[in-house]
Design a protein around this ligand. Structure first.
Ligand code: MG
Length: 368
């Protein structure tokens, strides 16, 4: 498979409602789409870098530059045996995993299309459908939070994750447990706490949460090792696991009991699969987190979630939870049982809506 050209597009998309975490509030996304042309097929990817460096050091603007000036020259015109080769070709570039993943995942899509198989099958996925949970941002009031949870449960979602921040966590969780004693409930702190807060986090254990996601420093594995010793509730790591080596350290040292795998955060499918396999061998479940993706990123998350050790419901939801109009056809929908059917068409199995994408595009660069 020869890599012939790439088109980068930045699209602007306004969220149906703002999404707030302990770190930031997002109203509008600036998303880079990657369209990779090979001699056999065209593949699409989506860069999950945020607008500001408040989740990870990467942002939309750095991803654009890194893809154009450093990653593209490494693959331009190259003849490759498989998309699995791409990760090693990018080795000289340190970090910038979201930029790497946006190109690498598009090449996986192209390879699957060239072979006429669903991307999920090319990755080794085994599921026909995946379990869907929701991530609910921080709300103004507890009533608003409870109403949001009620709505998502009525739509069928299998588990509820709420974003927390210091001072709001106990009232939030208490209120939800009063009204919804039996739901699968978890919290995500996005690194808002310090080790000194451990007793407060311990109090959350009264509310039998599935897990506490990324409570401490975004790159602090050691503190999570110490915290996990004090908590019976599993810690799930997200921000901390940006390489295969970090995943291995977390597993061996006991920094967590669950890992949230985001393909963009770890540099693409090759590393995501390695982390998946490592966790599987060590009896540690994983699930797929979300980054406020548009349809192409959403489609990739569905494919990834078909791997066998994605045994917990992920953050992949219906397009309509985030967008008035998504950039793929058909849109992602969720059944009344809270599941998403894995597409059976080749590649990502969803068609990018070129007309809409062109309309949303604010900058475009063709690399040849
Ligand atoms: Mg998270």
């Amino acid at each position: 498979m020869r890599i012939q050209e790439v088109t980068l597009r930045e699209v602007r998309m306004k969220l149906i409602a703002p999404f707030e975490t302990s770190a930031e509030r997002t109203d509008e996304r600036r998303i880079i789409l990657t369209e990779v042309v090979t001699d056999g097929a065209i593949g699409w990817g989506e860069c999950v870098a945020g607008e500001k460096p408040f989740y990870s050091p990467e942002i939309t603007d750095t991803a654009w530059i890194v893809m154009r000036d450093f990653l593209w020259p490494m693959i331009k015109g190259q003849e490759i045996a498989a998309a699995a080769d791409i990760w090693e070709m990018f080795e000289q570039v340190r970090g910038h995993n979201m930029a790497k993943a946006a190109l690498e995942s598009a090449i996986w899509d192209a390879e699957a299309k060239q072979k006429g198989v669903p991307l999920s099958k090319l990755l080794g996925g085994t599921r026909d459908e995946i379990s869907s949970g929701v991530s609910i941002g921080i709300k103004e009031s507890l009533d608003e939070l409870a109403a949001a949870v009620r709505k998502e449960l009525a739509a069928g979602y299998q588990r509820v994750k709420i974003k927390i921040k210091p001072g709001k966590e106990l009232p939030q969780v208490k209120r939800l447990r009063e009204e919804f004693p039996a739901i699968k409930l978890m919290v995500d702190a996005n690194s808002a706490y310090r080790m000194e807060d451990w007793a407060l986090l311990k109090e959350l254990e009264h509310f039998y949460l599935m897990m506490i996601e990324q409570p401490l420093g975004w790159d602090d594995l050691y503190a999570h090792v110490e915290l996990q010793k004090k908590l019976a509730t599993p810690i799930c790591l997200d921000e901390c696991i940006h390489t295969e080596e970090h995943a291995r350290a977390a597993v061996v040292l006991g920094a967590c009991k669950i890992i949230n795998i985001k393909m963009g955060r770890v540099g693409g499918y090759t590393v995501a699969k390695r982390i998946h396999d490592l966790c599987q061998q060590n009896g540690m479940p994983v699930w797929c987190g979300g980054m406020l993706e548009a349809g192409i990123g959403r489609a990739h998350n569905i494919a990834l979630s078909t791997l066998a050790n994605f045994t917990l419901p992920g953050d992949v939801t219906a397009s309509r939870r985030y967008w008035h109009e998504d950039i793929i056809e058909p849109e992602v929908t969720v059944s009344a049982q809270g599941t998403i059917r894995v597409p059976t068409g080749s590649g990502i199995g969803f068609e990018p809506r070129r007309d809409l994408i062109e309309k949303l595009t604010v900058r475009k660069e063709r690399l040849v």
